[in-house]
Design a binder for this molecule. Structure first.
Ligand SMILES: [Zn+2]
Length: 663
């Protein structure tokens, strides 16, 4: 076992705190002032200053020097950036003797009080003295029994702070229920067609609210009211269209008409990528609107979905979480509540339903019937579960192969086989992990060999040299600049002389000289702009080349771990790997089995050996095609990839829902 360094009695001190985001919190500056006093009186080394923490808070940095600060992290998350960094620093620097923490609830507010006690114990076992505002806890020796009274006091302290969260959660649930039963908004963004308005207790409208405006006025609430007549008309039209056509078609019509979709001006983040919401209507947007009880029934509801770690709601009030709502000890599930378990009330301030109650009921039934299939439902996009996703093709039929779960692992199976229920292609499949490892082995052998690395580097370098201009741009630029300066000086001089000209002839002569200089100045300025933009372009190419070299150097790291399919997937994506597999039928004792009998792996811009199928992939589209070619070969279309009527109009939407290419 590793021997722990003996820590000095009075060494370096660190300050750790967590910002709860609460209003009654002491400011971080005050914490540092307290820490400075504490360190001084105990003779500890502590470098933190109020100025430093101010800068840290501004830059949202979790740690600088002796200061460790977590922002807006809920106290029951026991792993936080600053806390983790602080623990690492304590392990690294044997001279740290004290950890200053303003209060126990600044260290942890755990759901389970024992976790807080454990965290303290862990730090004290490292030889650290914990200094709180109201008490000090000395280091513990391994095997030494902790004072029972002290342990119990700690447990009670953390239990209390944990209870505080439960109390808060209960209060929130009650507040939501009360507001909702009054038909008022209990927070959140109103649906399309409605805006937030300030209303009195009696439902009298006072004024519309700005986006994000918060109102805390006694006897006043927020209600959702129609934003404009045209929006309400549009909603009515959408709902009536839905009665006789699917949501996807409604979406297409609205997009084609150029009607801006809800939230067109918003920036949203999908899978961590920020993008502006387009003006395109989606099927999910349409069904979302038609499923919203506020739009169809003018009903305000609360508790359709339950989340949170402390209390959950029922129409009667908050309840503790059920056993099955925990994913792990600290992670909880989001649960969709049955409709009779939801608080609902007619909307405040006289909001009227857009369609009649019967029409709304009918619409919900229609939507339920249409929602019978899996289509359009999003799947997880975890690349580690699908490393060859959209990179593996069946050479027999040119279709992509889709991931299918198979006995604790997964397979890639021909997409055409799946979508035509076995009518158009055979049960061609490969084991997922095996195919992934094969592709990885090929990459290792061919692409990552040292000789290849050198070739790539040489190629990139020569590309860089080709783009470097023959003349040195910097010299050229400085020559032009000095010429410009001269011309400007001469023009000023000429203008000054103009005033001194005593005959009209002389005046004209000097004027033309000045004009000549002016023209020259303009020409020089143009030249300078052109050359400096050229120079900056050279810099960019250089950046691009360096970036690609860095990428090349990273590849071996990505290929190192054949078990980490997430990394492998990233590698495949980086080099744009594609795999093509050919199958043939093998007669077994009782049945015909389709075995892979060859294939090809490509990467980079190497051309695919086949024209890949890019047509529609929906079951319906495939079935139509099946009936069209009823007489064509049905099984084992070994050598003739089917002619593809859809290739060549790739630009058009195929109506394929992006579901991470799995079906
Ligand atoms: Zn196939």
């Amino acid at each position: 076992m590793q021997k722990k360094p003996q820590r000095p009695e009075r060494g370096r001190a660190l300050l750790y705190s967590r910002d709860s985001g609460g209003k009654h919190d002491m400011t971080p500056t005050k914490y540092v002032e307290w820490a400075q006093r504490e360190a001084n009186s105990r003779g500890l080394k502590f470098t933190g200053t109020p100025k430093e923490i101010k800068r840290m808070v501004q830059d949202r940095k979790p740690c600088t020097g002796d200061l460790y600060f977590d922002y807006c992290v809920s106290g029951d998350l026991l792993s936080r950036p600053a806390l983790d960094a602080c623990r690492d620093e304590i392990r690294r620097d044997g001279n740290i003797s004290h950890l200053l923490i303003p209060r126990r609830d600044r260290l942890a507010r755990p759901g389970d009080a024992l976790d807080g006690v454990r965290l303290e114990k862990e730090l004290r076992l490292l030889g650290i003295t914990l200094v709180f505002m109201h008490m000090t806890l000395g280091p513990l020796k391994r095997g030494q029994r902790q004072d029972v009274g002290e342990a119990v006091a700690g447990y009670v302290d953390y239990h209390k702070s944990g209870e505080f969260l439960d109390d808060l959660a209960e209060k929130m649930v009650y507040a939501h229920i009360e507001l909702t039963s009054g038909g008022f908004s209990s927070g959140g963004r109103p649906p399309f067609g409605f805006d937030r308005f300030l209303v009195g207790n009696d439902g009298a409208i006072i004024r519309p609210l700005e986006k994000g405006e918060v109102v805390r006025r006694h006897g006043h609430h927020v209600a959702w009211l129609p934003s404009s007549e045209s929006d309400i008309k549009l909603l009515g039209r959408i709902l009536s269209m839905l009665e006789h056509m699917p949501a996807s078609q409604v979406a297409k019509i609205l997009t084609a008409e150029g009607i801006p979709s809800p939230g067109s001006e918003l920036i949203r983040s999908d899978h961590g990528v920020l993008h502006q919401v387009s003006g395109v209507w989606h099927q999910t947007t349409i069904t979302g609107l038609a499923r919203n009880p506020f739009i169809t029934h003018a009903m305000k509801t609360y508790g359709r979905r339950s989340m949170g770690n402390h209390r959950r709601m029922t129409p009667e009030g908050p309840r503790a979480l059920e056993e099955e709502e925990f994913v792990t000890d600290t992670k909880t599930k989001v649960v969709t509540n049955p409709i009779n378990n939801v608080v609902s009330a007619a909307g405040a301030a006289g909001v009227k339903p857009i369609i009649s109650a019967e029409a709304a009921e009918r619409l919900q039934n229609t939507l339920d019937q249409r929602a019978g299939t899996q289509r359009g439902k999003p799947r997880s996009r975890d690349p580690s579960r699908n490393p060859l996703g959209s990179r593996i093709y069946d050479l027999n039929c040119t279709w992509p192969m889709y991931r299918v779960p198979y006995s604790k692992s997964f397979r890639y199976t021909c997409g055409l086989y799946q979508q035509s229920h076995g009518q158009k292609c055979s049960h061609n499949h490969v084991d997922g992990p095996t195919a992934t490892k094969l592709a990885l082995a090929a990459v290792r052998q061919r692409l990552l060999a040292p000789a290849v690395r050198q070739q790539i580097e040489a190629k990139i370098r020569s590309a860089l040299n080709d783009r470097r201009p023959a003349k040195n741009l910097d010299t050229e630029l400085s020559r032009l600049r000095s010429e410009l300066k001269q011309a400007e000086a001469q023009r000023t001089k000429a203008i000054r002389n103009l005033a001194l000209a005593d005959t009209p002839e002389l005046f004209q002569e000097i004027k033309s000289v000045a004009e000549e200089f002016a023209a020259r100045i303009t020409r020089l300025q143009h030249e300078i702009t052109a050359i400096s933009s050229q120079a900056s372009m050279v810099e960019t190419t250089q950046d691009v080349v360096e970036e690609s070299l860095r990428l090349v150097d990273q590849l071996p790291n990505l290929a190192n771990d054949s078990e980490d399919f997430g990394k492998v997937a990233e590698l495949f994506r980086t080099i744009d790997l594609q795999m093509f597999v050919r199958f043939h039928a093998v007669q077994k004792a009782k049945r015909v089995e389709n075995k892979q009998c060859g294939g090809l792996i490509t990467w980079g811009d190497a051309p695919a050996p086949i024209e890949k199928y890019t047509g529609p992939t929906s079951r319906l589209a495939v079935q139509v095609k099946v009936s069209e070619n009823e007489k064509g070969p049905k099984r084992n279309t070994l050598s003739e990839p089917e002619s593809n009527p859809d290739s060549g109009r790739k630009a058009e939407s195929l109506g394929n829902v992006n579901r991470d290419d799995r079906i």
